[in-house]
Every structure is written in structure tokens, then in C-alpha cells.
Design a binder for this molecule. Structure first.
Ligand code: FES
Length: 129
């Protein structure tokens, strides 16, 4: 595969889960926690911050950490964030513009999902595949 070296590439990609389940589903869903509005607000704020050529914000299907939603995946950083809301959009925008990424933002660093802080329900489900 030949990639044109002059082709612009974005530096970061952010997926916000906008999956929706029935309100009585025990897993819950990110859309039920406000992710649809959040992704639109993050897109808008990122554009206003001048990140359009460097950062791509997208809605995604379920990232499989539903109980911790709203979930965001940030690549190529390899970071999963949980418990997000629209109030986190300013910190996300700042973090997307730094070399340290979103984890450089104090309000977001503690919400990184890892094997150590992911709920047993999620871990069991992920192990089943
Ligand atoms: S519903 Fe958002 S991670 Fe599953």
C-alpha cells in the first residue's frame, strides 16, 4: 500500500460511545447517560479550538465498558476514559492538544479505565469474548 507522504493525517482520534439500550437494561448505555449530545458538543468545541485538521471526533457503537459510561476511546494514545459527561468537554479539548494527551488533564487522569479499576462484570464479559 502506498501512502502519499504529503497526505495530511490527524494526530488524534476520539470515539465516544453513543450506543443506546432500553432504560431497564442492567448494563445501561452511554446514550442514556447523555453521550449523543456530548459527542456533538465535543465536535463543536474541537472545531472552535482549531483542532479540525488534527483531531477527529466520532460517535461509536458500544466499546463494551457500558457500566462505566460515558466511554471515550482516544487513539493512538490507547486510552479509555469512563464516567464522562458534557462537563468534561473543555478538559478533553485541552488534552487533545497536548503531547501528554487527555491523561495530562487532572480531571480526566483519574477516569482512565484499566484492568485494575474495571468492574468485575465488565472483566467477566470481556474474558468470554
Ligand atoms: S454502551 Fe457505551 S460502552 Fe457499551
Amino acid at each position: 500500500m502506498c501512502i502519499n507522504a504529503r497526505m495530511p493525517f490527524r494526530e488524534r482520534f476520539v470515539w465516544i460511545c453513543t450506543n443506546r439500550r432500553a432504560d431497564d437494561n442492567p448494563r445501561g448505555s452511554c446514550a442514556a447517560k447523555g453521550s449523543e449530545a456530548m459527542v456533538e458538543e465535543l465536535k463543536r468545541a474541537s472545531r472552535v479550538a482549531g483542532q479540525g485538521a488534527r483531531v477527529r471526533v466520532m460517535a461509536s457503537s458500544c466499546i463494551d465498558h457500558c457500566e462505566h459510561g460515558v466511554i471515550a476511546a482516544v487513539m493512538p494514545d490507547g486510552v479509555l476514559l469512563g464516567q464522562l459527561s458534557a462537563a468534561d468537554v473543555p478538559a478533553l479539548v485541552r488534552g487533545l492538544d497536548t503531547a501528554g494527551g487527555v491523561l495530562a488533564e487532572p480531571s480526566l487522569a483519574g477516569r482512565q479505565l484499566t484492568a485494575e479499576n474495571t468492574s468485575p462484570e465488565v472483566v467477566t464479559r470481556l474474558r468470554k469474548g
